[in-house]
Design a protein around this ligand. Structure first.
Ligand SMILES: CSC[C@H]1O[C@H](OP(=O)(O)O)[C@H](O)[C@@H]1O
Ligand SMILES: Nc1ncnc2[nH]cnc12
Length: 291
């Protein structure tokens, strides 16, 4: 089976990664069903990386339908230790403009229709999630953006990403509510992914690409898909440059992340009392904790 230390999940508008060489398309079966698409493993900056289109390469999964568990499990099965997410987001702050880039450090959960854990069925675990992204990886992504001096792009390090269920965009009342919470950006996918990545002991951070002002701004039209895709296509080239530079920095200096031992104190069920079928299903994540 192919191996890759670095994973990339591309969101709306980023359905492929240019510049990969020695490319393999890998179909991975998981105990949680099929991932959104085949995983593309290739070489970038002398490193094997695995790319996955979050909504499928033809954008066929709603945010609520994305098989998040299968996606993260598939990344883990390739040996991924660092996961870079590229995502389209709306801005909840005036100073965060369309085409800007944000590397958030917090999330607020407004999802209601998805499973955001690998656990259950006889094995209970509670990961710490106070700091939901890997600070080391977030810094490397931020440094990569800063080093590229991209024209018309302002970098915002830190900020809170509201993860809503969708698929409809927010009402104005909701958008104003999130602004009153001092949230920075809004999207529909990254919190779920960040939780599962943490349970899988993968360091995770987000490169958020701002496409719109959601629907709160009196001087800007309310968000539409056209607006999002139009801006993200403009952002996609920049996003790929940032990802490539992040991979270069990451492989030169891979940090030890707290995420890599997230389950050490999280599992409450003595594993010798856990149902065999659940142990088997979760062995990829748990075998290092089997006695
Ligand atoms: C196409 S607009 C809404 C859609 O875009 C974002 O997707 P992703 O996070 O995968 O880039 C947002 O979360 C929604 O899923
Ligand atoms: N305004 C918005 N709300 C939710 N998800 C988004 N993705 C891009 N823009 C968005």
């Amino acid at each position: 089976m192919a191996q890759a230390k670095i994973g990339i999940i591309g969101g709306s508008g980023l359905y492929k990664m240019d510049g990969l060489t020695e490319v393999e398309e890998i179909k991975i079966d998981t105990p949680f069903g099929d991932p959104s698409d085949v995983l593309i493993v290739g070489t970038l900056e002398q490193t094997r990386v695995a790319f996955l289109a979050r909504h499928g390469r033809h954008h066929t999964f709603l945010p609520s339908e994305v098989p998040y568990r299968a996606n993260i499990y598939a990344m883990k099965s390739l040996g991924v230790e660092y996961l870079i997410s590229a995502s389209a987001v709306g801005s909840l702050k005036k100073k965060v403009k369309p085409l800007d880039m944000v590397v958030p450090d917090q999330f607020i959960d407004r999802t209601k229709n998805r499973i955001a854990t690998f656990f259950g069925d006889g094995i209970v675990a509670h990961i710490a999630f106070a700091d939901p992204v890997c600070g080391h990886l977030a810094k490397i992504i931020g440094d990569a953006v800063a080093s590229l001096n991209l024209p018309d792009v302002t970098l915002h390090r830190g900020g809170t990403y509201v993860c809503m269920e969708g698929p409809a965009f927010s009402t104005k009342a909701e958008s104003h509510l999130y602004r009153s919470w001092d949230a920075t950006i809004i999207g529909m996918t990254n919190l779920t992914e960040a939780k599962l990545a943490r349970e899988a002991e993968i360091a995770y951070a987000t490169l958020a690409l701002v496409t719109d002002y959601d629907c709160w701004h009196p001087d800007h039209d309310s968000v539409t898909v056209d607006m999002v895709i139009g801006n993200l296509q403009r952002n996609a080239v920049n996003a790929q440059k940032v990802i490539q530079e992040t991979v270069r920095r990451l492989q030169a200096n891979p940090p030890i992340s707290e995420a890599h031992s997230a389950l050490k104190y999280a599992i409450l069920t003595p594993l010798n009392h856990a149902p065999a079928a659940t142990k088997e299903k979760l062995a990829l994540l748990l075998s290092k904790y089997f006695a």
